[in-house]
Design a protein around this ligand. Sequence first.
Ligand code: B12
Ligand code: SF4
Length: 503
Amino acid sequence: MKSSRKIVFFVPSFSSVESTAPLGILAIATPLLRAGYDVRIIDATITPDYKKVVLNELKDALCLGISVVTGPMIRDTVEVAKAVKAADPNFPIILGGWHPSLLPEQTLEAPYVDIVVRGQGEDSMLAIADRLRDDSPLGDVQGIGYKRGGKACFTPERPLKLLTEMPPKAYHLADFDGYERACGRRWALYVSSLACPFNCSYCTNAGVYGRKWNALPVEQVVEETVELTRRYNIELLWLADDNFLVDLERAVGIAEGLIRAGSTYKWSIQATTNLTSRLSVAELTLLRRSGLHQISQGIDSASPTVMKFMNKDFQDLADVYESTDRCVKAGVIPSFNIIFGHPGEGVKERRETVDFMMDVCRRFPGAEFWTNIFTPYPGSPIFQRAEELGVAVPKSLEGWVDYFPRYTVLPWLNGKEHRRLQRMRDYLRIAFDRAPIAANGPGRIAKKVQHLTAYPARWRLDHDFYDFPIELWANRKLKNIVTLPKPKVDAKPMGPETAPSCT
Ligand code: B12
Ligand code: SF4
């Protein structure tokens, strides 16, 4: 409906038990609301009959916006977009988020996509909505791609805006009760800084944000987060900042501000190991007092050879030991992310990483590791190399639907070796305790069995022996008895395993 001021956003399921409000959509909603638009959000994670609800909501709407990350979110996107076009072939569908930002041309080729937005969407989406209402050309809207007479047109890049220039997110649109029901915990995402100064081989961050780290001032972070958590009764804030600790003074200032404000929420951050290791026990204790309970760090590999391939020359393993010690002393959980199977990692290098993990967990009870198998993402520095090594790059938007987790089986890591690695990862899961964010995690009995199987698991990992995996069988059997919420893909609860940046 051309005259309509109603805009519908669809958020495909994140295929994770860790559900919360989609921050990207809450961000682009604010300028629209301020301009008098009515915004509706339908999130597949908490809306069982989402396709029907979307179609119903669109009857009197101006357009449909969808937020997409490379991988399984594309499945719901395609399903909904095709249904919308079947009902009305002229209804405008706009795709934004990381996947369209990194592959705008290919995304726009899909017959059911009319407009793609590259990068930050706050200004672009408002401009698109205004043009659709006036039926005026889109050519002057920066940072988008659209179709004219069946031909794809792309406008010049929209310059990145600093976070301080962005309006606050429209958290009031989020159905926190619904997310809490799905996840078992009432938590939210918050962004206090943007971008990251580094350029790890497997990460897409530099491609979108150009390594231009920028942040909100201390006072704003304190004020907004205290207000947000009090208003919506949020128990935990996960700072989605790619590298929270770039400005140490700011980090300490936020902690002091939160203590002064009497804040009670728990928070967790992502940061690189080199920046975490700058924190003293006193500073970490201050952060702990302010509610910080975990620092997720992308150590990724403990093999110097692989670290080099990963562009992680900023990482020093000796520093990691020292900072882990300080974190544990201060009561902050040091949580590490590992990526197995990066190009350049052989059996020897993998073993170096496992030995490191075992050593850290033994020396510092409370430290935790989450493991992934490398998936090459378009727009990351390693992507071309992965292609040369045999990764088949999908030729259409739909081809990416099962890219993750399909590409945890790699041309250089498949068959028996891949199965062995997966089994080893299963043992790593039960060998030491880890705390996922979702409260709907394993129950008491499941945890007891895990504790019983932890010791044989450690023995196996020490001896690199994974045949006859009876402990895994026992764990699985138990999980069948005690029904647990199961992510649709191999994405582990929102910890490090689900978000590769710095975690
Ligand atoms: C939080 C998070 C998660 C959470 C999401 C929880 C939730 N309910 O939202 C969880 C843990 C579930 C998760 C899972 C995964 N994640 Co994640 N995640 C993030 C993280 C850290 C923050 C996202 C966020 O909220 N950002 C803040 C908002 C404001 O920014 P934004 O979403 O980018 O939105 C802006 C623009 O993109 C745009 N926009 C967004 N949507 C739309 C829609 C329209 C219509 C328009 C016009 C514009 C627009 O406008 C917004 C405002 O400027 C990002 C890193 C990052 N810096 O963004 C990674 C990131 C998105 N994740 C990533 C990945 C790879 C994954 C996993 C595959 C990891 C894994 N191995 O399991 C899984 C994916 C599971 C799946 N669904 O497929 C990659 C995606 C890369 C890619 N090519 O798509 C990122 C970019 C990390 C990275 N640097 O590589 N993740
Ligand atoms: S993985 Fe983390 S540290 Fe590395 S470039 Fe991405 S955001 Fe920065």
